[in-house]
Design a protein around this ligand. Structure first.
Ligand SMILES: *[C@@H]1O[C@H](CO)[C@@H](O)[C@H](O)[C@H]1NC(C)=O
Length: 321
C-alpha cells in the first residue's frame, strides 16, 4: 500500500517536472497527500479500535475465569437479598462447580506412625503420648495409629487387633496386623515409622531427619547395626524404625507369602524380614535406645526410648513450655 502510494506520488513528481502548470500540480499533490493522510489516520484508528476491543475482551474473559475459580462462595453468599438473585447465584455457582476441576486429594502426611501398645497401658503410656509429642505430630499434618488388643473407644481409641496372646509372639502377630493396616490406609505417606509406647519423638528434629532421607526404593532406616549379640544386623524398634512406602509394601507382601519368620521380638522380626529378603538396613543417627544421659543428647537426639509416662511429659515441657 505504502509503496504504491509512494510510486503514485513519484509519478506526480515526474509529471511535475515535465508539466508547465507547476502551481496546479503542487496544489494537486498536496490535496492528494492530505486525503491520503486522512484516510491512513482513519484506517489506523479503525485497526487500533478493533485491536483494543479484542484485547479488552480477552482480558475480561481471563479475569472472569480467574474470579470463577477463586470467589464462587462469596458470590453465592452475597446474593441472598432477593429470591431471584438467590436462584441466579445458585445457578452461577452450579455452572462454576461444573467448570472447576475435581478437588485434589489431601496432601499426604510426611510420616504415618505406628504406636504399638496394649490395653493395659492405655491409661498410662499411650495417654502420656497423647499429652506430649502426639499433638505436635498431628499439628504437622502427620498421622498416628495406636494398636492394641481391643478398642476401648474415646478418649483412648486404638485400632483393635483382637490379638489375645499376650506373649512376645502375640506381640509379633499384633505388629504384623498393624503393618498390614498401615499399608492399606488411604492417602499413603512417603514414610512409616514404628515406635514403642514408651518413646518420645522430637517432631521438629524428626521432620529435618525425614526430609534428608531418600523416600524411594525399599529402605529401612533406624538405629540399625550389626549388634554383636545377634547373628544378623537389625534396627532397634523401640526408638523408631522408619520404612519407605515401597519397603512397607514389600514387607507386607513377603510376610503374607510366608517369607518372614517371627522371633518373639517385633524389631528382630521386621528387621530380619528385610535382611532375609535381600534388603540392606540403613543406619541413621539420632534415634536413641535409652533416656537422655546428658545435655548433648538432649540437644541432638530425635527420639528416646524406655521413658516412663511422666518422663514423656517432662521432656515435652523442657522443650515446649
Ligand atoms: C476385631 O474385632 C472387631 C469386632 O468383632 C472387628 O470389627 C474387627 O474387624 C476385628 N479386627 C481385626 C483386625 O480382625
Amino acid at each position: 500500500m505504502l509503496q504504491s502510494r509512494a510510486s503514485f506520488v513519484m509519478g506526480i513528481h515526474v509529471l511535475l517536472k515535465v508539466n508547465v502548470s507547476v502551481d496546479i500540480e503542487v496544489g494537486y499533490i498536496r490535496l492528494v497527500r492530505e486525503i491520503e493522510n486522512k484516510m491512513l489516520e482513519k484506517k489506523n484508528l479503525l485497526i487500533s479500535l478493533v485491536l483494543g476491543v479484542f484485547l479488552i475482551t480477552t482480558l475480561m474473559i481471563l479475569y472472569g475465569n480467574y474470579q470463577l475459580d477463586g470467589n464462587s462462595n462469596s458470590d453465592v453468599g452475597s446474593s441472598t437479598t432477593t429470591t431471584t438473585s438467590v436462584t441466579t447465584g445458585q445457578s452461577i455457582h452450579k455452572s462454576k462447580k461444573q467448570k472447576s476441576k475435581p478437588t485434589p486429594p489431601p496432601k499426604p502426611p510426611l510420616v504415618t506412625f505406628m504406636v504399638l501398645t496394649a490395653d493395659d497401658f492405655k491409661e498410662t503410656r499411650t495417654k502420656a503420648i497423647r499429652e506430649s509429642w502426639a499433638p505436635r505430630a498431628l499439628a504437622m499434618g502427620w498421622r498416628i495409629f495406636y494398636y492394641s488388643e481391643t478398642d476401648q473407644g474415646s478418649p483412648h481409641d486404638t485400632i483393635a487387633t483382637n490379638e489375645t496372646d499376650k506373649s512376645s509372639y502375640g506381640n509379633d502377630k499384633k505388629q504384623w496386623m498393624a503393618w498390614d493396616h498401615m499399608e492399606s490406609v488411604e492417602n499413603p505417606s512417603p514414610f512409616y515409622m514404628k515406635v514403642d509406647d514408651d518413646a518420645y519423638v522430637f517432631v521438629d528434629r524428626l521432620k529435618r531427619t525425614l526430609e534428608g532421607l531418600d523416600p524411594s526404593g525399599i529402605k529401612m532406616y533406624g538405629r540399625c547395626d550389626d549388634f554383636f549379640w545377634e547373628p544378623k544386623p537389625f534396627c532397634d524398634g523401640g526408638s523408631g524404625i522408619i520404612l519407605t512406602r515401597e519397603a512397607l509394601q514389600a514387607m507386607v507382601r513377603w510376610h503374607n507369602e510366608g517369607k518372614c519368620k517371627d522371633t518373639g521380638h517385633n524389631d528382630l522380626s521386621t528387621s530380619w524380614c528385610m535382611v532375609d529378603n535381600g534388603v540392606k538396613l540403613t543406619y541413621i543417627p539420632g534415634l536413641h535406645g535409652d533416656p537422655p544421659n546428658d545435655w548433648k543428647e538432649l540437644a541432638n537426639d530425635v527420639t528416646w526410648h524406655h521413658l516412663n509416662p511422666d518422663d514423656l511429659r517432662r521432656i515435652d515441657r523442657l522443650f515446649y513450655d
